[in-house]
Design a protein around this ligand. Sequence first.
Ligand code: HPA
Length: 329
Amino acid sequence: MSSLKFSNGGGNIQNGTKLLAKGKTLLTTTTTTAVETTRVVNPYTHDIVKESADFILNHTQHRPKIGIICGSGLGGLANLLENADKFPYENIPHFPTSTVVGHTGQMVVGELGSVPVICMQGRFHLYEGYAMSKVTMPIRVFKLMGIEVIIVTNAAGGLHPSYKVGDVMFLKDHLNFAGWAGDSALRGPNDERFGPRFPPLNTAYDGKLRLLAKQVANELGMADYVHEGVYAMMGGPSYETVAELRALRMLGADAVGMSTIPEVILARHCGIRCFSFSLITNECITEFDAEEEASHEEVVETASRREADLNRFVSTLIPSIHELHLNDN
Ligand code: HPA
């Protein structure tokens, strides 16, 4: 006896049904159903994320409402925290581990100017091979720990012609190329406990936090090298071609990097307010016949030269955010 199976294109086979007899051959067809497993599902469920969050809360007395994500070479900020409790990522249940030079890989919870904060010393990138759900999972851990505001830092290449190495750009908006290509941690079934199906992003970079940051930067004498601009995220890990950089500039990008946007989107989804800045670690090369090349060493070296200024800036900004922008004030 032979049988034929009709399939409607890849769904799971659920049952077989006798269709008709043809001579002595019995033909069977298979009804197929598009099943839930064919959708992208964020594996970091509310329960899983809660276990990570509870683990940290159960091992520290601090109750931070401000979280900081340290970009390439900017992880030194975490060393400023007083009375710090440190959680290497491998000790936190369900947490991914960081693979990049310049990214240590631990959560540090402590006080900055007597304000409780949590610092991610080392973040996760798409180019490390992680899915967006993994890259952004710590944001939901922050949320379930009670974080209300995040400061997201990154190293970026400067595209705006006036930007110099060592300048700082406050993000006022972004170009999310991974999202244009259809990759987002919000793809798939939406968990309303975190946020809405269609979160808006026109206010992603909080105007009030940015204004406050500008005031702090002015007070600290940073005005000469602080800008406000649009950040573009590319997947990396290769740096961009000249043609790509020219295209990014035409599209309105002032700086380009390989991070930040996934975390900001997940934060906005769950109602966390965001302030983000880029340290311009290299000038993007937009001439076809130039001899120089972008390099990770230059990125890390520039970051270490600006480290003290940025530490002072963040240490001054945090008490102001705490005073003016947290719910219990
Ligand atoms: N391109 C992308 N990412 C970066 C760069 C760059 O020039 N500099 C630091 N991160």
